[in-house]
Design a protein around this ligand. Structure first.
Ligand SMILES: O=P(O)(O)OC[C@H]1O[C@H](OP(=O)(O)OP(=O)(O)O)[C@H](O)[C@@H]1O
Ligand SMILES: O=c1cc[nH]c(=O)[nH]1
Ligand SMILES: [Mg+2]
Length: 219
């Protein structure tokens, strides 16, 4: 797996990540969602440089212009809930992409720290031969990305797989490297060192789904 780590080099993306993390700013839900969306736009722009381009002739009012345009058939798939604003950011740039939605949540069967990832809802076009962009802002244990990837296999085999995320853990990235095809590319804004006993990224940002949309009951 190739890892593209955005905030290794300084850019305005670092400010958006800082605002997502900052407890004095992150409870402004509108700003929180918009910062995820902005990072989706930036990560989407970066990954667009790896698409396949071909020459097209464009007629302007004054003449003809040669432009190189992407040929990839893109499907953006986001993992509910927290993937929604990231999905919107990607869709702002890949506006003619097809779209998939899939749910994944942490189910705590014994009301303790142990959890399993349940994947239930899936709506997707065929992925056969296409460029799949799988979006989830948090990559903690990596089990949501992997379980979702497995659930998507019945929709066909994508030609290219891009994972887009905002904050990941080193452990989660190692798990993806073991479980996902080698050709997978990960586009991520920041990588943190640790997970706590509840599987949350430290320092991370907290619970991305709740910060976007409000608390949910555990079940
Ligand atoms: O790498 P993992 O250990 O699988 O953790 C990451 C997952 O956890 C969060 O979802 P959550 O289950 O909180 O659902 P939500 O988006 O509905 O809040 C996040 O959005 C990822 O999907
Ligand atoms: O740190 C984490 C881990 C899982 N889900 C989140 O929203 N945050
Ligand atoms: Mg959550």
């Amino acid at each position: 797996m190739q890892v593209h780590h955005l905030t290794k080099t300084d850019s305005i993306a670092g400010k958006f990540v800082a605002q997502l993390r900052d407890i004095s700013i992150q409870n402004d839900r509108l700003r929180f969602r918009r910062n995820i969306e902005r990072l989706g736009e930036i990560l989407g722009y970066e990954l667009s440089k790896t698409l396949s381009f071909s020459e097209k002739q464009i007629q302007t009012p004054l003449g003809k212009s040669i432009q190189f345009l992407p040929d990839d058939e893109i499907v953006i798939c986001s993992i509910l809930r927290a993937g929604l604003p990231l999905h919107q950011g990607l869709l702002n740039y890949f506006d003619d992409a097809e779209n998939s939605f899939i749910s994944a949540y942490r189910h705590h069967p014994n009301n303790d720290e142990q959890f399993e990832i349940l994947v239930e809802y899936l709506a997707s076009p065929s992925l056969e031969g296409k460029t799949l962009i799988l979006a989830d802002p948090m990559l903690a244990t990596g089990r949501s990305f992997v379980n979702v990837y497995k659930a998507l296999q019945k929709m066909g085999t994508p030609e290219t797989i891009h994972l887009v995320s905002i904050i990941g853990s080193e452990e989660g990235i190692e798990y993806l490297e073991k479980e996902l095809p080698e050709k997978t590319q990960l586009w991520i804004a920041a990588v943190d060192g640790k997970l706590d006993k509840n599987g949350y990224i430290v320092p991370g940002l907290g619970d991305a789904g709740d910060l976007c949309f409000g608390n949910k009951l555990q079940h």
